[in-house]
Design a protein around this ligand. Structure first.
Ligand code: FMN
Length: 157
């Protein structure tokens, strides 16, 4: 299945994970990048409030793809504001499949994968899979196995 990975990464962790996934499933990758960076506290507050930040041009038209995988870090338990904007802008989604992969420093509950799920389901997309890679898995190297298992869900068709 022809897959697009849309990745936002601030400090590079999610990008490393997304690139590993890209290699495994032979997907295209587009970077979600906010036009403007903001202070840490503003990042967290805006994510918490589910605000949207303008983003630079990237692939938002998924008409040539069968599947979209959104990858991003968890900020304040939620999706970063640039990702919220992407989820609004993404188009020609109806009938396509989607998945969500998030990375986080901790291990606690997070809303980010649910936000991605709700936003894309509302755009007529069909859910395949979601996963959250926490700090422990990042440090131990277990994340590579998690990506492999996750990626296995996109090779079937
Ligand atoms: C503004 C901000 C808020 C964050 N909030 C959380 C959080 O609520 N829970 C958590 O586990 N990690 C949190 N983190 C840590 C990141 O989710 C984690 O380090 C992630 O893997 C970084 O991905 P990146 O390198 O792709 O940006 C936060 C980081 C930032 C910068």
């Amino acid at each position: 299945m022809k897959t697009l990975i849309a990745c936002y990464s601030y400090t590079g962790t999610t990008l490393t994970v997304a690139q590993k996934l890209q290699e495994q499933i032979n997907a295209d990758l587009t970077r979600i990048e906010p036009v403007k960076d903001r202070w840490y506290v503003i990042k967290a507050i805006h994510a918490y409030l589910e605000k949207k930040w303008p983003i630079k041009p990237c692939i938002t038209d998924v008409s040539v793809y069968d599947c979209l995988i959104v990858c991003c870090p968890v900020w304040a338990g939620r999706t970063p504001s640039g990702v919220n904007q992407y989820l609004e802008e993404v188009l020609n989604t109806s009938g396509k499949k989607f998945a969500a992969l998030v990375t986080m420093g901790g291990e606690g509950n997070q809303m980010a994968t649910t936000q991605i799920h709700n936003a894309l389901e509302a755009k007529g997309m069909e859910f395949i899979a979601k996963t959250a890679i926490g700090g422990k898995a990042q440090k131990s190297g277990e994340w590579e196995k998690m990506v492999q298992d996750f990626g296995g869900k996109f090779n079937e068709e």
